[in-house]
Design a protein around this ligand. Structure first.
Ligand code: AMP
Length: 425
């Protein structure tokens, strides 16, 4: 047999249960945890004017230069699928008048992002990010708030050992001075650079930190560091971020070569990852401060900080490392000829609280038990005719095989109790 006629576009994928449910659960956890810090959800379009990303993420970044899905619409306007969400949120906040409104402004988002990258394990052309943006707080408390919230969120997903790498890239001015020093340092060492890295050296030397090329990595050894170019205020800010993170017990380490692959960062830049027992690191996302961005995009001068979590990768790491919380257990309700109507009412009642499946085809008991197996039901409630007339039901745990008879009215409480035990494992 030949394969299907139509296939998902390279680098994109379909999500079915239970994977799709894990994405939904992560988004629900984001709504709950970010909501408890006063953040509200913002949803912005996947399509934006190309110019927006060139101005914010930066014309010379890999993301804008080589990875954007850019096309002319039917009227010849250049549009791009968003490669990240901060630029769109900032555009929306200015356009919607929120940037001129009361501060601080706290927003979170979740949604697909698009980058034309070479697909590989956990690297897609359509991938999903969850992120937050906090506007209007110039001081280090902003970084501490979002990192505290980030760790709370990742903890709720099941992560236990997490850490952040931290750096400061200073102001636009100190970045420029640093860039010049970096260029001066690298130029005599650049004979082995490829064409693209030469372009970066000429246009925006900071972007060489994104390069995976061995010649560039070697040339960067011993290069100047952003921290040596910080102005006094940025240095104070950075020291205070570090002090407060320590106080808040957020694990982090200094990473002097961290600049991140987007041009809009000022001062704080960070990435975060899971640390494994053998010292391996699973990168989950990154973020930082972008104090000049709102103004650069036409809004009032307003500070901002944010982060983005790569959701595909984060969920994969949870799964691979055996950290994923189990999906809520399913209850299957099986009945006989004489208890079918009663079962209907019971299922409706239990669905208010539990995920309940049942056989809709009124088949025999054996077929129902098979259906329970296929549904992977952890618990089976059996409405035997004799038991039911006595006001009783049987509750079977499919994993242990244990079966017990309960009073009808104590069923919900018993299920609740067992579900809790399953979730706690
Ligand atoms: P960035 O916006 O480049 O800082 O990326 C933030 C996070 O998004 C990364 O740490 C990844 O987890 C995730 N990410 C970025 N690009 C991709 C991709 N092509 N596929 C899957 N996840 C991605």
């Amino acid at each position: 047999m030949s394969g299907p006629t139509y296939r998902a576009v390279k680098g994109t994928r379909d999500l079915f249960p239970p994977e799709s449910e894990r994405f939904a659960q992560a988004e629900a956890a984001a709504a709950r945890i970010f909501g408890s810090y006063g953040y509200g959800e913002v949803r912005t379009p996947c399509l934006e004017a190309t110019e927006l990303f060139a101005r914010s993420v930066g014309e010379t970044t890999d993301i804008v230069h080589k990875e954007m899905y850019t096309f002319a619409d039917r009227k010849g306007r250049s549009l791009s699928l968003r490669p990240e969400n901060t630029a769109g949120v900032v555009r929306a906040v200015i356009e919607g008048g929120l940037a001129a409104g009361p501060m601080p402004l706290r927003l979170w988002y979740a949604g697909p992002q698009f980058r034309y990258e070479r697909p590989q394990a956990a690297r897609y052309r359509e991938f999903r990010q969850i992120g937050v943006e906090l506007f209007g707080v110039p001081g280090p408390a902003a970084e501490v708030e979002i990192l505290t919230m980030l760790f709370a969120f990742l903890g709720a997903l099941g992560f236990r050992s997490l850490s952040a790498s931290l750096n400061s890239v200073g102001t636009a001015r100190s970045r420029e001075e640093f860039g010049e020093a970096l260029r001066a340092y690298l130029e005599p060492r650049s004979s082995g650079f490829g064409e693209d890295d030469r372009r970066k050296l000429a246009e925006n030397p900071l972007r060489l930190f994104d390069s995976k090329d061995a010649a560039v990595r070697a040339a960067l050894e011993g290069s100047p560091r952003t921290l040596d170019f910080l102005d006094a205020e940025s240095r104070r800010h950075h020291d205070e971020v570090r002090r407060l993170l320590g106080q808040a017990r957020i694990p982090f380490r200094d990473e002097p070569s961290l600049v991140r692959g987007l041009d809009y960062y000022t001062r704080t830049a960070f990435e975060f990852y899971r640390t494994g027992a053998e010292g391996q690191q699973d990168a989950l996302g990154g973020g930082g401060r972008y104090d000049g961005l709102i103004e650069a995009l036409g809004g009032p001068a307003t500070p901002g900080v944010g982060f983005a979590i790569g959701l595909d990768r984060t969920l994969l790491v949870l799964e691979q490392r055996g950290l994923a919380a189990e999906a809520p257990a399913v209850v299957f309700v099986a009945s006989f000829e004489g208890t079918r109507a009663a079962a209907g009412a019971l299922v409706r009642e239990l669905r208010r609280e539990f995920a309940v499946e049942t056989d809709v085809e009124s088949r025999g008991f054996g077929a129902q038990m098979k259906a329970a197996g296929r549904a992977n039901a952890r618990f089976v409630v059996i409405l035997g005719e004799d038991e039911w007339t006595r006001g009783e039901v049987a509750l079977k745990d499919s994993q242990t095989g244990a079966q017990e008879t309960l009073r009808r009215e104590s069923l919900a409480a018993a299920l609740r109790e067992r579900m809790r035990a399953v979730a706690a494992r």
